[in-house]
Ligand binder design. Structure first.
Ligand code: AQP
Length: 344
């Protein structure tokens, strides 16, 4: 991750705090993985990391309750399978910590209608779910601000699509701090460069971001897809007719595949260009599919083990909620005092 340099704290200083979350709206896609989750594990070595399955956010789009319950546990197990370690980090399920909704209410009163109506994700989702433009969809960024600010977060590792949400969090924190005195740490987004996969696109429409809820399953590779399915999806990925594996403007499909290949092999875009010079798109697409299959194999194996031990998962998420509440409780108490609520 490059844009905001993630410098570890010198010895003796408090470790910087990282917060990020993921919605249990389906199995993580390669977009979620490359743009966000794959960076979260290594950060645990240097920072105090707090990661959450943000189920409260997910109901801004209607969910089947039984499916949501199942997906929430799966998302929790997937985080662990992707390297999040409950011994090193706080891993919890958002609705298990009521401080998020409580803080969100207070922050709602420091957020302007106008700024929420300018949020791209709200406009996109309101267009996509026109029959359910609920108030939660509109105030989603305020809940996200509460998620981040409750932990006095320094850095928020996210994909490019979430940049605007971190910006509004900073605006809300600044306004609150200005009105009531410094209460919240000002967080910064930690977003990788475009070439590193900050925004992975659909394999069927490379001008659209890859999304868990994409109705076309061919456009989206889930990290639990079977090897044969992954290879097939890459073979049928939409590309241009130029037939040269070169990273260049206007070659959205190939650029996207090159970013995916780079993420899984650690090769630079130049090295990939050389490797496939004179070869056709067919060879390249197969190579990308194979690299992805190989990279995901250990995650898929670990996920199966974890899902076979539900009691362990339960112990972890219960402990995570307790740890999260201890930290967020301190901030919430301060917030309540600052705004003038009479102490119980
Ligand atoms: N296509 C993407 N490329 C790079 N990063 C991405 N992220 C999501 N899609 C891409 C990053 O994944 C993290 C978790 O995202 P989320 O589940 O909280 O919400 P989202 O961004 O709305 O993801 P989806 O997959 O598109 O979910 P649905 O379909 O439910 O809306 C975030 O850091 C995000 O930036």
């Amino acid at each position: 991750m490059a844009e905001t340099t993630a410098t570890p704290a010198p010895q003796g200083e408090r470790k910087k705090i990282i917060f990020s979350g993921i919605q249990p709206t389906g199995v993580f896609t390669l977009g979620n993985y490359i743009g966000a989750v794959r960076h979260w594990g290594p950060l645990q070595e240097q920072y105090r990391c707090i990661y959450s399955v943000v189920d409260l956010h997910s109901i801004t789009v209607r969910q089947d309750p039984a499916v949501l319950r199942k997906r929430t546990l799966e998302a929790y197990a997937l985080l662990m399978a992707c390297g999040m370690d409950p011994e090193k980090s706080i891993l919890f399920i958002q609705s298990h910590n009521p401080h998020h909704t409580e803080c969100s209410w207070v922050l709602n009163c420091s957020t302007q209608f106008g700024e929420l109506s300018r949020m791209t994700q709200f406009k996109d989702k309101a267009a996509r779910y026109a029959d359910n433009i609920n108030a939660g969809l509109f105030t989603y960024p305020v809940l996200m601000a509460a998620d981040i600010l409750l932990y006095q977060t320094d850095l928020v590792p996210v994909g490019e699509d979430q940049r605007q949400h971190v910006e509004i969090t900073r605006d809300i924190a600044g306004r609150f701090n200005g009105a009531y005195g410094t209460t919240f740490t000002m967080p910064e987004a930690l977003i990788s460069r475009a070439e590193e996969g900050a925004r992975i696109m659909s394999l069927q429409d490379p001008t659209k971001k890859m999304s868990k809820s994409d109705p076309n399953p061919k456009g989206c590779v889930s990290i639990l897809d079977e090897p044969g399915v992954i290879i097939k999806k890459f073979r049928s990925a939409v590309t241009d007719s130029d037939a040269q594996v070169v990273y260049a403007p206007g070659k959205d499909g190939i650029n996207n595949l090159m970013r995916i290949y780079a993420a899984f092999t650690g090769k630079s875009l130049e090295a990939i260009q050389e490797e496939f010079a004179g070869k056709g798109y067919g060879d390249f697409k197969t190579a990308v599919g194979e690299a992805v299959v190989q990279g995901l194999a250990p995650i898929q194996a670990r996920y199966k083990e974890l899902m076979d031990d539900k009691a362990y998962l339960e112990t972890c998420y219960r402990q995570g909620a307790q740890q999260a509440m201890r930290l967020s409780g301190r901030t919430l108490e301060k917030v309540y005092k600052r705004v003038g609520f009479l102490h119980e």
